[in-house]
Design a protein around this ligand. Structure first.
Ligand SMILES: *[C@@H]1O[C@H](CO)[C@@H](O)[C@H](O)[C@H]1NC(C)=O
Ligand SMILES: *[C@@H]1O[C@H](CO)[C@@H](O)[C@H](O)[C@H]1NC(C)=O
Length: 353
């Protein structure tokens, strides 16, 4: 019976002209009929309060930012950017439950062979073919470090870069922007590296699985927007299931707050189709997030889906998504690099599965 109803609705949706009764469909059947690979066409979230912020130590950090998170061997492993008056670097923390995050010791990764200097916006994953963890980040280039043991933050290698220099298609478009927020995802044949320029371009380079991490080339513009704030930075690309990839990109809304838009595609190479990609129907924005306590942030900024599959395919389940993000006291002001970003967690409340 349900199946029959779904089929009828599906036929109506496909056949419907632009202003059709489809817009008057309400309720779960409508959501199910239009969903892509288990993803809804609109999202609802609940947020925690502040989970973790800068510790009170001699580093005097202004912010913890840009979380990358995997759940592996009974623990959440989180890599973050640290911001202090000297600039950006990276840190690691781990905990078994989110309510323990605030007490987790922060290991400053400049103490590992990653070293001091500008490193930011980490992405962690396990590259199965080499049995190695990779930490990918921006360092002026797209840098990476490797480690056999994600639980041992002293074990990260010295940095190598994916590129000999900025790909020419990026230098031709970047203008006054910044080259940042690198993201790697591999399918069965190739690994792809996405990056942004804060100017409305999302770039993608590729290499073969066999050559990875070498050979990143053939850089193209994967998606672009004439208004740079509509496609700003912090892209995530995930594999949902056969035929569906999910793209998230952080944008700046008409209220100046950060939020995420979303697209899907049947290939990492695109083309990308709108999923929830507007301020009115965002992937995650203040207007589709309910806070369990005080509304401690109006920005839903740089973050990642909590991954329990840790490998290079960036596979996630579309069910009950969790998204760790950075937020900000709405009253905070001042220089962007001194803003007190802290971390929170969204849990999807309208999952169809
Ligand atoms: C931070 O640490 C210093 C030195 O231990 C201490 O004097 C101060 O009260 C602490 N501040 C907070 C907010 O905990
Ligand atoms: C990984 O590192 C942790 C922390 O140093 C250590 O306790 C554990 O034994 C290491 N695992 C392996 C397989 O070396």
């Amino acid at each position: 019976m349900l199946l029959v109803r779904l089929l009828i609705i599906a036929v109506v949706v496909v056949a419907a002209p632009v202003s059709s009764p489809r817009d008057t469909f309400k309720g779960p059947s409508d959501t199910i009929a239009r969903q892509v690979a288990g993803l809804p066409s609109s999202f609802k979230w609940e947020s925690t309060g502040i989970l973790v912020g800068p510790p009170n130590d001699s580093r005097k950090l202004a912010a913890l930012k840009d979380p990358s998170i995997v759940y592996y061997e009974g623990k959440y492993h989180v890599f973050v950017s640290t911001v202090d008056s000297g600039g950006y670097n990276l840190a690691y923390l781990s905990f078994t439950d989110f309510d323990e995050a605030k007490d987790a010791p922060l290991y400053y990764l400049d103490q590992s062979a990653i070293g001091t200097g500008y490193r930011a916006a980490p992405q962690v994953f396990y590259f199965e073919p080499q049995k190695l963890w990779y930490l990918v980040f921006q360092n002026g280039n797209a840098g990476y470090s490797t480690n056999k043991n994600i639980s041992d933050p002293t074990g990260w290698s010295s940095i190598k870069n994916f590129y000999s220099s900025m790909p020419s298609i990026i230098s031709e478009h970047i203008g006054d922007g910044y080259w940042l927020d690198m993201w790697v995802i591999c399918d069965a044949e190739e690994c792809h590296l996405f990056s942004s320029d804060d100017m409305g371009q999302l770039y993608r380079s590729s290499t073969s699985i066999a050559d990875f991490p070498n050979g990143m080339s053939n850089t193209v513009i994967a998606l672009s927007e004439p208004n740079r704030f509509d496609l700003f930075e912090a892209s995530n690309v995930y594999y949902i299931s056969s035929g569906t990839y999910l793209l998230l990109v952080e944008c700046i809304g008409s209220d100046d707050a950060r939020y995420f838009r979303s697209w899907t595609s049947n290939a990492i190479t695109g083309p990308w189709k709108s999923l929830a990609d507007s301020e009115a129907n965002p992937f995650a924005r203040s207007n589709n997030v309910v806070f369990s306590g005080e509304v401690w942030t109006e920005s839903i900024s740089h973050g990642e889906v909590v991954r329990t599959n840790v490998d290079q395919t960036m596979t996630i389940s579309p069910c009950k998504l969790r998204f760790m993000y950075q937020g900000l006291d709405p009253a905070a002001s001042g220089d962007y690099n001194s803003l007190p970003w802290k971390l929170g967690l969204l849990t999807q409340t309208n999952s169809a599965c």
